[in-house]
Write a protein that binds this ligand. Structure first.
Ligand code: UD1
Ligand code: UDP
Length: 369
């Protein structure tokens, strides 16, 4: 009988990192692969599913405009029980640190279904930063039986927390697998035509703990720097959260050096990242991607769970105060030496074979779960 592996995910970044794994698992004859999406995101999730040609077997469709953590938690918990009881998976794979991930792991714990955690072991050890992600991933770490850590450092965190060494596999990050195919030399996009010969700044921002004043600080700093550098243009594919959209519109809406556009396909996103001069972001995933292209990233957060990129020199944690963001953004535009210090391609997150490794472990190592 085939082993039933069920993958559950719900947001854009989970989908970007789980769809390559879905497609790898589907090639394996000894496994039956079942996909359940929670629909914590809708348009931003569907965009990724389409890119990777993944059609979910189950869709809990829980997204509401302006959803709270309570809405997401109860929405998933209520609906996923029936799916798990119907499918009876041998193992459920979840990814990273979203509320979809935490609630799915909790539901599996209640039903005593083994959980495999993809992208396990990232830590800031501050449960309010990033919020609620640090809590989510630590909580999943208590429940999970299989831990697919992207790096040796992530493995060390899990060992230090007392996880059994035989439950931890260092696989690399599955996003690096996806990136092997996305960035191409002959790439064109109307937004890049608009940028022309100007230096292109790539911007994203969405974190819950940054909603409100921190996000206004970021946007004000960006606006000041753009005003002082007419040779620079910025592209900002904006998250669909209406709170983010309102803040960006208020602070940047009438700035003609920035194009605020709808979320772009991951294929475009990686090609934009590879061609930018520098990136300003509070995203998690982008901190893994930009080091591969040697593009300096100013991380507009107080903490990061991706210190490998900071150590590699490509990431600089600048916090969320207007002055500090203004200072570093200006420095990298005006000071070639400072820019050169950060612009080194390094890929601390894997070799592009993470999905194969995870699939091999699920096929061959299964009896030892
Ligand atoms: C979620 C994750 C976060 C992850 C991020 C990736 C939690 C608590 N947060 O945060 O860890 O970094 O996704 O982007 O799990 N919306 C739409 N359409 C979409 C997606 C979102 O309209 O396709 C709007 C909705 O109004 C929704 C709001 O954005 O209520 C916020 O979405 P939500 O998933 O609650 O939080 P994110 O900030 O996206
Ligand atoms: N991304 C995308 N389109 C966009 C913006 C981001 O495909 O318009 C990709 C990006 O390349 C990365 C992921 O989305 O792989 C990051 O997602 P997000 O910032 O929403 O979440 P986080 O990584 O912070 O959890």
């Amino acid at each position: 009988m085939k082993k039933k592996v069920m993958l559950v995910f719900g947001t854009r970044p989970e989908a970007i990192k789980m769809c390559p794994l879905v497609n790898e698992l589907k090639k394996r004859e000894t496994l039956e692969t079942i996909v359940c999406v929670t629909g914590q995101h809708r348009q931003m999730l569907d965009q990724v599913l389409e890119t990777f040609n993944v059609i979910p077997d189950y869709d809990l469709a829980i997204m509401k405009q302006g959803q709270t953590l309570f809405d997401i938690t109860t929405g998933i918990l209520e609906k996923i029980k029936a799916v798990l009881e119907n499918v009876k998976p041998d193992i459920v794979l979840v990814h990273g640190d979203t509320t979809t991930t935490f609630v799915t792991a909790l539901a599996c714990f209640y039903l005593q279904i083994p959980v495999g955690h993809v992208e396990a072991g990232l830590r800031t050890y501050n449960i309010y930063s990033p919020y609620p992600e640090e809590f989510n991933r630590q909580a999943v770490g208590i429940i999970s039986k299989y831990n697919f850590a992207p790096t040796e450092l992530a493995k060390k965190h899990l060992l230090d927390e007392g996880k059994d060494a035989t439950s931890i596999y260092v696989t690399g990050n599955t996003v690096i697998d996806a990136m092997q195919h996305t960035v191409i030399a002959d790439y064109h996009h109307p937004e890049l035509d608009w940028v022309g010969d100007s230096r292109m700044i790539f911007i994203t921002a969405h974190r819950r703990e940054n909603l409100g004043q921190p996000m206004h600080n970021m946007f004000r700093a960006i606006r000041r720097v753009l005003n002082e550098h007419p040779d620079v243009k910025a592209i900002y594919p904006i998250h669909m959260n209406p709170i983010v959209r309102k803040a960006a519109d208020e602070e940047l809406g009438d700035c003609n050096q920035i194009h605020i556009i709808d979320p772009i396909e991951v294929f475009d996103c990686h090609n934009f990242e590879a061609r930018c001069f520098l990136c300003l972001t509070d995203s998690g995933g982008i901190q893994e991607e930009c080091p591969s292209y040697g593009k300096p990233v100013l991380v507009m957060r107080d903490t990061t769970e991706r210190p490998e990129g900071v150590d590699a020199g490509t990431l600089k944690l600048v916090g969320t105060s207007e002055e500090k963001i203004y200072e570093w953004f200006t420095k990298l535009l005006d000071n070639e030496e400072e820019y050169a210090k950060m612009a080194h391609a390094a890929n601390p997150y894997g070799d592009g074979h993470a999905c194969e490794r995870i699939a091999d472990i699920l096929e061959k190592g299964y009896t030892s779960i």
